[in-house]
Each structure stands twice: as structure tokens, then as C-alpha cells.
Design a protein around this ligand. Sequence first.
Ligand code: PLP
Length: 453
Amino acid sequence: MADAATSAVLHRSLHREFPRLIGGDGSYLLLEDGRRILDAAGGAAVACIGHGDARVHEAINKQLKKISYCSSLFYTTDVCEQLCQELVDSTHGAMKRAYIVNSGSEAMEAAMKLSRQFFLEKSPPEPNRTRFIARQHSYHGTTLGSLSMGGHVVRRAKFEPMLLDCISRVSRCFPSRDKPADETNEAYVSRLAEELDGEFQRVGPDTVCAFVAEPVVGAALGCVPAVPGYLKAMRSVCDKHGALLILDEVMCGMGRTGFMHAWEQEGVPPDIQTLGKCLGGGYQPIAGLLASSKVVDVFMKGSGSFAHGHTYQGHPITCAAALEVQKIIREEKLIQNAAQMGDLLSASLYSLLADHPNVGDIRGRGLFWGIEFVADKSTNSPFPSSADVAMKIGELGLTEPYRIAVYPSSGTADGVNGDHIIIAPPYNTTSAEVEKIATTVARLVKDYFSSKK
Ligand code: PLP
């Protein structure tokens, strides 16, 4: 444990003692006290090929010996070119260029500025387009622009007076909480599409750059996939008003849902797509965006330059790491494995936990599963956030006899109440590990709630 009182680190919590990690190997984390923890979450769904991969280490070392840094203002590198090509190819023609930065928040900032500049470059230009429509209770990052984009009530609260006012919000797509039982998916989607259309009309359709959404909502709500037909309906509202569609795949993308891109499952490619966590699998801090021909071609015919940049954009070491991670995923067919293991994981979680009186919902896709906890199953009423249920389950998980890491969130993005944990093992996990994750999580959840009786 790091001593909370004397540590020099400005930790997220200055009162908490953080367990100190000294190693990672495959699906396991090693703590300084000797505990080996089964990593069922990869941090925040990041470690998609597990820890300590020798091929990635080698790729990083090789690149370090060639060139460790170059400014993207003046140069490019083989690794940056190859990574961007690999990413573009993975969309089978849907996307034309990639832009590499270091965090999901930076990717979202870049997406906002790229779409604004798109309308300035367009012929004829549409300079009045300065607004965005996003969704309530969403999370798109922590920098002021990306925080402004999100509707995460708790994370915004302290900074509210500093946030951008060019963003408005429509309802989330959260069927288990917001769709009455007697409403069909089709009717629910139509209702949400009408609401989006209404919001375009309210703010002025020719003032909106883009609608922004996560195809499968990650941290904000806990692995909530959009209902079938949702993305298509939102796309057509955007098209009707000449606005772009930005999909935030920072958490759900790059294979996490059993598809390379979460939008593939719905067959609805966006105009701009952000990428993050599973791009580099945590081996380096890397994120990025993909832009479609529609966007890129306008820049090609226009100024030919995107007025945005970072010192460490397209950094060769981060690119080398991500390129190797992506090659491993492709060569070892890990997305197929993620889909198969995801089926196993979801079946086991349902069979072990669906009937539990405090499990309100189990939802997700691929190797991206959320378990929502409720105080009363018959009314679906959540625990108060102050009870810290998910955090306590997460902490208990690290102890004997469980020794498992999940990703907990106490207090959902609506700023009211609610808890969930996310389970997101590496794509190369085995069926034995998946069974172990499901049985250990089930035991952890049951033990936690029975100790509260
Ligand atoms: N977008 C989504 C959907 C995320 O889940 C996150 C981070 O959790 C971000 C953006 C921001 O990414 P980062 O934390 O790398 O800045």
C-alpha cells in the first residue's frame, strides 16, 4: 500500500490507500504483498491483450532504437503511417484517415474541432454550425471540451460554470430504465429519433455540427448497448439536417464488443469515430480518431490542413506499441475469441446472478459486461450512491478468497443513485479464466450482500 498521508502523488483520492502493483502477467496483476489478482477489467477496459506481452515490449524497444520522438509538424514515421493504415483498413472503406493522440479526451476534443472546421471548409461554408447535440448521462472525457460534451452530472458538477454552452442534450438510450415494458424497441427508437429531431429544430438545424453518442455506453452507465435500429435512426436524423454523426468508441471500440468497431454490429459507420483504450491495450497512452471520406475530402478540396495539434501527436513509441497490439489481435484472431468468450461469460453471469435479489440487470456485448445492483428488484430502485456499494464490492474483490479486479462505479452518470461493476477481460482470455471470473464474481456479489443482511 502507498501511504495516503505521505505519498507525493496527487492521487484521485488523497485519503485512500492505493494497493501498490509490482507486476502484471497475462490476465493477472501482482501486488507488492504477493497477492495475484485475476484482472477481469483491464483497469478501465484497457488491457485487451493482457499484461507483459513480449512482442509489444520488443516492438517498443525496436522503435526506441530507431527514433523515440518526432514532431508531427514536420515529420512522419513508418510506425505512424502503418498504424493509421491498419486502422483505416479495419473499417473496410468506411473511414479514410486516422489521427493519433494520447488520450480519449484529446480524441474527443479533436473530433469536435474537426467537425467544426469541416463546416468552414465545406463549399459553400456553413459558419453558423457551432453546436453539438449529445446525450444525457454520458461521458466523453475529462478535459473542458470533452467534459462539456458529456452529460455526466457528477463529473461536471464542480466545473459547470466553466463548461461550453454550445452543447445541448437529448435522452440516453437505456431501455432497462427508460423503456416501458409495453413499448416495442421500434417505438422506443422512434421516440428517441423524434426527440433528436425536435432538438435540431429547437436549436436551429443549421447550427449543429454533429450528434455525439457511444454505441455501447461504458463507464457512464455500465455497458449499455443501444437497442437495434437506434444508430440507424439517429444517423438519418443527422443526415436530414446535414449534421455529422460522431461515435465515441473510446471504451467500446477496437474489438471490445466482439466486433472491431461497435458500429459494425448495426452497420452504421459514423462520419468521425474516436478510439482509445483498446487501441494500445495500455502498453502506451494512445488514442485517436478516424475520419470518413466525406470529412477528409472536404479538407482535401479546402485548406488541406486541420488546425489542431499536440506535441506528442502520432508519437512513434505509442504508435509502435499500438501497431503491435493490433497485429496481435488480427493475427491471433482475438476478436473472434472475444466474441466466443463473451457468449460464455454472459451465459455464466446470467445463470449465476440473474436471480439474485440485488442484481437489477446484466447487459453488454462481447467481453464488455455490466452488472447493475439494485436495492429492490421489484421496483428497480437503486442503492443510494452514498452507500458506495459498487466501490465496496470492488475493494472486497481484491481480498481473499476472491482476488479479482472488476471496474466498479458507485453513483451513475445521472447524479442520482445507482451502482454497477464492469467486467472486461482481455480478448485472449480462456474459457477456464472466463468460468473463474464468472464464479468468483458471483461469489463476491452474493457474499457482499449476504454480509449486509
Ligand atoms: N470517451 C469515453 C466513452 C470514455 O469511456 C473515456 C474514458 O473513460 C473517454 C472518452 C476519455 O478517455 P481518456 O480517459 O483516455 O481521456
